[in-house]
Ligand binder design. Structure first.
Ligand code: PLP
Length: 378
């Protein structure tokens, strides 16, 4: 069994995919071809923002947003402790100080109450100036934006939604990638909407920021003039080939993949109900795009043996994430290492992600459920 079955996906959309890729190769417009503009239009339309600027990957997307806001030394950037490294790496790379905030034990997303306490603490200590909150839509579930947006308003903070895993999720009909002042996503192949390599996108309603982002994606160009460079930027573009791949995949994502992956999640949740596991929680009014289906094993169970046992029976599993952000070596001996995050520490010790994608059948899910039950009871 595949953890995320990109081969099955290709089989299902092969005609559209092959035609789209061939068109790019025939046109030979490999950089900034018309497919890139078309994709940006369709993505902005799906997400419901005024602008979409594509770029080279989800990490660049975060960096470009922080550059646009001139985030740097002396700034505090609040980041959940339970996330992929980029969420904290990017602000630190800009010279800012990531302040890691513990997560909610049910949603695994940034805990708004702990966010507010952290902001108050940083303000009172006076060493750093609170500037940005990076909220992450972990495993496909949007963060608690209703509460987080209130805190950002109250303390005058900018909100960056890191929706690298969140594309397709929503809260009461409002779609992920639209919750931040700027929002970002990743098209890494295993994400809910992935391409055939690296890719990313940035979303905002703000005209000035969008223009700035378009400039710094291409060496700080002025307007459309690539050889008139009015600021320092990067080379961070989405290849035309990847845009063509994404146009084919976005169609499938909208037509059935998002619905199907939610069906798969429902099968898992029904099948695993009585296993003594802690299952994913989706609050009322929220929809997840299920980047991962992640359970918590009882603390008495040896996770490594369960993984080993499942692997021997052709069931791949993953641990997202094994280490809290504040314990990553890159932050050793920095102020970012001082974080009090017991919920994240417990999650890192107990989580296990199961095979998850829209092409799993009911029988596949039953097989995983049965084998996981056996492995736990051993
Ligand atoms: C994958 C991921 C990123 C980075 O995306 P890349 O395209 O791999 O650079 C950032 N944040 C989170 C939460 C992610 O899961």
């Amino acid at each position: 069994m595949e953890f995320r079955d990109l081969k099955a996906q290709y089989k299902a959309i092969k005609n559209d995919m092959d035609a789209g890729i061939a068109e790019v190769i025939n046109s030979a417009k490999f950089i900034s071809g018309p497919q890139v503009k078309e994709l940006e239009k369709q993505l902005a339309n799906y997400v419901g923002t005024k602008h979409c600027v594509t770029c080279a990957n989800g990490t660049d997307a975060i960096t470009l947003a922080l550059m646009t806001w001139d985030v740097g030394p002396g700034d505090a950037v609040f980041v959940p402790d339970f996330t992929f490294f980029s969420s904290g790496e990017c602000p630190a790379f800009e010279g800012a100080t990531p302040v890691f905030v513990d997560v909610d034990p049910r949603t695994y997303n940034m805990d708004p109450e702990k966010l507010e306490s952290a902001v108050i603490k940083v303000k009172s200590e006076g060493k750093y100036i609170p500037k940005v909150v990076i909220a992450v839509d972990l495993f496909g579930l949007p963060a608690d934006y209703e509460a987080i947006q209130d805190i950002c308003k109250k303390y005058d903070l900018l909100l960056l939604e890191d929706a690298a895993q969140g594309f397709g999720g929503s809260i009461r009909g409002k779609v992920a990638c639209s919750f931040g002042d700027i929002s970002t996503t990743s098209f890494f192949p295993a994400k809910p909407l992935g391409c055939y390599g690296d890719g990313g996108a940035i979303f905002t309603d703000n005209d000035e920021w969008a223009a700035h982002l378009r400039s710094i994606c291409v060496h700080g160009k002025s307007g459309n003039d690539k050889y008139n460079n009015i600021r320092l930027g990067m080379n961070s573009r989405l290849d035309t080939l990847q845009a063509a791949v994404l146009l084919a995949k976005l169609k499938a994502f909208k037509e059935y993949e998002l619905a199907d992956v939610n069906q798969v999640a429902a099968w898992y949740t029904k099948g695993l109900k009585e296993c003594g596991l802690t299952l994913p929680y989706v609050p009322d009014g929220f929809i997840s795009s299920w980047a991962q289906y992640t359970v918590q094993l009882p603390e008495t169970v040896n996770r490594a043996s369960v993984q080993e046992e499942l692997k021997s029976q052709d069931i791949p599993t993953m641990i997202y994430y094994i280490k809290p952000m504040h314990q990553q070596g890159a932050f050793e001996n920095t102020d970012s290492a001082n974080a009090d995050c017991p919920v994240t520490e417990k999650l890192c010790a107990t989580v296990l992600s199961l095979p998850m994608h829209p092409y799993l059948t009911k029988e596949d899910v039953s097989e995983v459920v049965g084998k996981l039950q056996n492995a736990i009871c051993k």
